[in-house]
Write a protein that binds this ligand. Structure first.
Ligand SMILES: O=C(O)CCC(=O)C(=O)O
Ligand SMILES: [Fe+2]
Length: 274
């Protein structure tokens, strides 16, 4: 059973109750344009200053990749929402008290662009995850350099379901504060790509990240996304250096109410789900 933890209580909810499609392993034959997508994804990531992204993640728990996808890629990705063959399950948020609106989990094999992005982004974020591990729990096993190796670990631990998802919000929809955990093995960073243009396609619907320091009230950060921008966020917690070593700051994310129009996002979680 996959888990997404809500803000009020740490309850496990049957996200995958509607799962139906058989699960394929990520080693299933890649789609024909996979090689091109790999090369293009790696090239598109080269233009970012990853040291600066790492500093932002350390400082605030989130970082931005402006223009990760172009307008055509955003449109193609959002249009997949209507193509049932891409997905293993559909979740209506209201039925689980997750918010209002819906999302679908991709099935394996992932669309080539998504597969390539997930692999290439992981390789860029693994050093940050390693730094966080060293700061917080040096005894935990290292994060592997390659995403395929992380998936092998997930699958051996019973986390076999793909977690990348497409979300669709209309007027009045929102996404409650939560953490995308899905099992014991939790890679500490995830990526959210906004596929619609604020002020044109929709109003409202801002991605927010909360931060809770020990013995302090929560702080909210609104992430300034335009269509095609990606936010990298801490999944559950990040280390902050204090006077006596590092301590854990807890994070949750959610989306404020969409006031008008339609908003699509692509969510890339790196661990798979139970
Ligand atoms: O729609 C959003 O901006 C948030 C999506 C989300 O919660 C996720 O991808 O994990
Ligand atoms: Fe999420």
């Amino acid at each position: 059973m996959a888990k997404r933890t809500a803000s009020a209580a740490q309850v496990a909810l049957p996200l995958d109750a509607e799962a139906s499609a058989p699960l394929l392993q990520p080693t299933a034959p890649a789609k024909p344009d996979a090689d091109g997508a790999d090369v293009a994804s790696e090239a598109s990531l080269q233009r970012y200053d990853w040291a600066a992204v790492g500093s932002e993640l350390n400082r605030q728990g989130w970082g931005l990749l402006p223009g990760l996808l172009d307008a055509a890629q955003c449109q193609q990705m959002a249009a997949m929402y209507g193509e049932a063959a891409h997905f293993r399950s559909r979740i209506q948020m209201q039925r689980h008290a997750f918010g209002r609106g819906e999302y679908q989990y991709f099935a394996y094999p992932l669309p080539a662009l998504l597969q390539a992005l997930r692999t290439a982004l992981y390789a860029r974020l693994q050093p940050v995850a390693e730094q966080w591990r060293a700061q917080l729990a040096a005894a935990a096993p290292p994060w592997p350099a390659q995403h395929a190796a992380l998936l092998a670990q997930c699958h051996a631990a019973g986390q076999r379901r793909p977690t990348p998802l497409l979300l669709r919000y209309g007027a009045g929809d929102y996404n409650c504060l939560h953490q995308d955990l899905y099992g014991a093995l939790v890679f500490p960073l995830q990526v959210i790509v906004l596929l619609s243009q604020p002020g044109e396609d929709f109003d409202g619907g801002e991605l927010v990240l909360t931060e809770q320091r020990p013995r302090m009230q929560s702080r909210v950060q609104v992430l300034p996304l335009q269509r095609g921008d990606a936010a990298i966020i801490a999944v559950r917690e990040r280390p902050v250096r204090g006077t006596r070593g590092s301590y854990r700051v807890q994070h949750r994310h959610g989306v404020s109410t969409v006031l008008r129009g339609q908003r699509h996002t692509l969510g890339i979680v790196f661990h798979d789900a139970e």
